[in-house]
Design a protein around this ligand. Sequence first.
Ligand SMILES: NC(=O)c1ccc[n+]([C@@H]2O[C@H](COP(=O)([O-])OP(=O)(O)OC[C@H]3O[C@@H](n4cnc5c(N)ncnc54)[C@H](OP(=O)(O)O)[C@@H]3O)[C@@H](O)[C@H]2O)c1
Length: 353
Amino acid sequence: MGLPERPRIAIVGATGAVGRELLSLLEERRFPCAAIRLLASSRSAGTAIRHGGESIVVEELTERSFEGIDLALFSAGGSISRRFAPAAVAAGATVIDNSSCFRMNDDVPLVVPEINGDELASNRFAVGRGEAGIIANPNCSTIIALMAVTPLHRAVGVRRMVVSTYQAASGAGAALMAELEQQARDYAEGRPYTTDICGRQYLFNVFSHDSPVGDDGYNEEERKLLRETHRIWNDDNVRVSATCVRVPVLRAHAEAIHLTLDAPLDEAAIRGLLDEAPGVRVLDDRAANRFPEPIDAAGRDEVLVGRIRTDVSEPDGRGVALFACGDQLRKGAALNAIQIAEWLLADEPARGA
Ligand SMILES: NC(=O)c1ccc[n+]([C@@H]2O[C@H](COP(=O)([O-])OP(=O)(O)OC[C@H]3O[C@@H](n4cnc5c(N)ncnc54)[C@H](OP(=O)(O)O)[C@@H]3O)[C@@H](O)[C@H]2O)c1
């Protein structure tokens, strides 16, 4: 896999929450590109979006949209990726996909650059094999958890990980963000809540993650945390359990994480490991009772980690409790995708953000 020095880029789902973040990150990070094509459904075809001082007209996605494209960034949902990513690859583009469509496909690397960017150089994914040409971006909750936990896993090994998420509206896309804002206006103006997207009162409420629940009672977001952790760490022995919940926050997820390690690690050592980890920032001020909050993480590249404690419920010092916040539109989606693209561009890829 590799990209020309100044690739021609298509963003599929350009009008969505992740698509707009992709576009602004291309500009912010001065990603070299020869041209940008913005693609969405017929609903928003013809809309103009400002980028770098120019106005780009959104086109309707079709199988022919990828002629002349080197890099296709997909963020329009799994069914769109399933249908159109192969057409993009057939046209010669490398695909970086934000949906869950290809994440568990053995021929598709599932990559967080700071953690397993080396996968991108692996011969296993050389052009001409399987789904070669497609790279999957992991689930947002998984990326945020693993950014915080992988430094400890690398140091001593994680045996068990229990994650409780507090997920923002933006994780479900632009429409849910707009509905949460609308519910705030409805409340202020004494009107009944608008519930077209959410189907319930979201303001002043929390609810179990809006993904299908399986026979074992786990929802799809919780299953992704298990499956994708195993795949990214290349380790099926780590025991993972999650409870995923939506909270009425506009942007940035929070996660309480409890770990059982293979060997004890004291708080100073944990702080040291997290201080050195690329893409992680420790915010852990006990005296001021100041720890990561979604509004601190919103719009930031780093995953914030705090509440660093030895878990007193584990008798032998092998238990660790953490609290992490990350902007899932950035590191949980668009930023991670752009970092993957930067790896593909560079001769000697830089590790980390
Ligand atoms: N939001 C997150 O934090 C997050 C994090 C990780 C991964 N993801 C994944 O990223 C993808 C996009 O999520 P999002 O939050 O950005 O959703 P979103 O805000 O709802 O945006 C969806 C985008 O897909 C486009 N689209 C929908 N149907 C289409 C069709 N038939 N043909 C072409 N384009 C179509 C929409 O275009 P129109 O304007 O024309 O409707 C819009 O641009 C999803 O797969 C999601 O699971 C999201």
